[in-house]
Ligand binder design. Structure first.
Ligand code: KG4
Ligand code: ZN
Length: 349
């Protein structure tokens, strides 16, 4: 009988709970997005997020257990995201998980959200063959842009990160300049399909420079200047579409360039997992896929629901940590800031 882990995610604007068997069977998975709660403010409001997690979590866990057909006594561990993220949401999720761990008499596991994205690649059934360490994580979300070598459970080496905006943030800010609603990434991608990607030669910060760091603020500023130069009236649709397409082409070039550098730095990686909302972007996926194919690497692009914030990845990281004997005391804190490299230094917390 496979071990069973309950996972809880509440670090940003998704409340999620999942029950996972250690052999990779997803017994239940529930996600509640708070996008509608935050949309009027054009971004995530931490206090609103924390209250929404608090309102939703207990009933969601009950439903997840019910759907999975298990009770607390059937669980082998309870895993929750303990950072990085917004402190209010982290306290709600880890507080609940610790209470559940006490009730079930089972270990609590504090999960690093970035590690959960990284280990998703190893979820059985996700790709034709489970990737072997080391492989790369390219995390492209609204809050993070990172290129990380995954060397083992708890062992990560960051190759690069953003020097300014996260890539999803750049999509959202550019979309706002084009008059699109929050979150702008999907709307910008749809609009870009109608435009000419070569219409505007936008800057590609750091292109052809060594390393894997990202920078997007110069690109966003260039779009702001371009929009301002059109005057105060609403942008004609075709023009907005060509700006969107040109922006997307610039981001795609930047990401491909950084990934090529990562391969040069670490030729030993066999696969790349992409994660985060921006990994949903077809133009980006297609380009990274052909780059990987040309270099003999496998691109693992999980289905969108496992790419964006979810609790299956938290439960899976819990399974991996449980197997490695890495459980946590109930005194383990939440860490709003928690770089992946710290995990190696912590060992058994
Ligand atoms: O990982 P995620 O769902 O959550 C957080 O970071 O919290 O990422 C959300 C980000 C947003 O910035 C959104 O605009 C962007 O991912 N995004 C996209 C697309 N879908 C979502 N960006 C570009 N193209 C898309 N299709
Ligand atoms: Zn995430």
């Amino acid at each position: 009988m496979s071990q069973i882990v309950l996972g809880i995610e509440s670090s940003c604007d998704e409340t999620a709970a999942a029950v996972l068997a250690a052999d990779g069977r997803i017994l239940s998975e529930l996600v509640l997005s708070q996008i509608a709660d935050h949309a009027p403010w054009g971004g995530v409001v931490p206090e609103i997020a924390a209250r929404a997690h608090l309102a939703a979590l207990a009933e969601m866990v009950r439903a997840a257990l019910r759907e999975a057909g298990v009770g607390y006594a059937d669980l082998d561990a309870i895993a929750a995201t303990a950072g990085p993220g917004l402190i209010g949401g982290l306290l709600v999720g880890t507080g609940f998980a610790k209470g559940a761990a006490i009730a079930a008499g089972r270990p609590y596991i504090a999960i690093n959200h970035l590690e959960a994205h990284a280990l998703t690649a190893r979820l059985p059934g996700l790709s034709a063959a489970q990737p072997q360490f080391p492989y790369l994580l390219l995390l492209l979300s609204g809050g993070h842009s990172q290129c990380v070598v995954v060397e083992g459970v708890g062992r990560y080496r960051k190759l690069g990160t953003t020097l300014d905006d996260a890539v999803g943030e750049a999509f959202d800010k550019t979309a706002k300049l084009l008059g699109l609603p929050y979150p702008g990434g999907p709307a910008l991608e749809a609009l870009a399909r109608e435009g000419d990607a070569s219409a505007y030669p936008l800057p590609r910060p750091l292109l052809h420079r060594a390393g894997c760091d990202f920078s997007f603020s110069g690109l966003k500023t260039a779009v702001a200047q371009l929009v301002a130069a059109q005057g105060s009236a609403a942008l004609p649709r075709l023009l907005a579409a060509s700006i969107a397409a040109s922006f997307q082409a610039a981001v795609t070039d930047i990401l491909a360039d950084r990934l090529a550098n990562a391969f040069a730095l670490r030729p030993d990686v066999s696969a790349v997992i992409i994660a985060g909302g921006v990994a949903a972007n077809t133009a980006i996926r297609t380009r990274l896929d052909s780059l990987c194919a040309a270099q003999g690497k496998t691109l693992i692009a999980p289905p969108l629901r496992l790419c964006t914030d979810n609790a299956v990845m938290v439960a899976w990281a819990g399974v991996e940590r449980l197997r490695a004997g890495l459980t946590d005391p109930l005194t383990a804190p939440c860490k709003p800031r928690w770089p992946l490299e710290e995990l190696a230094r912590e060992g058994v917390r």
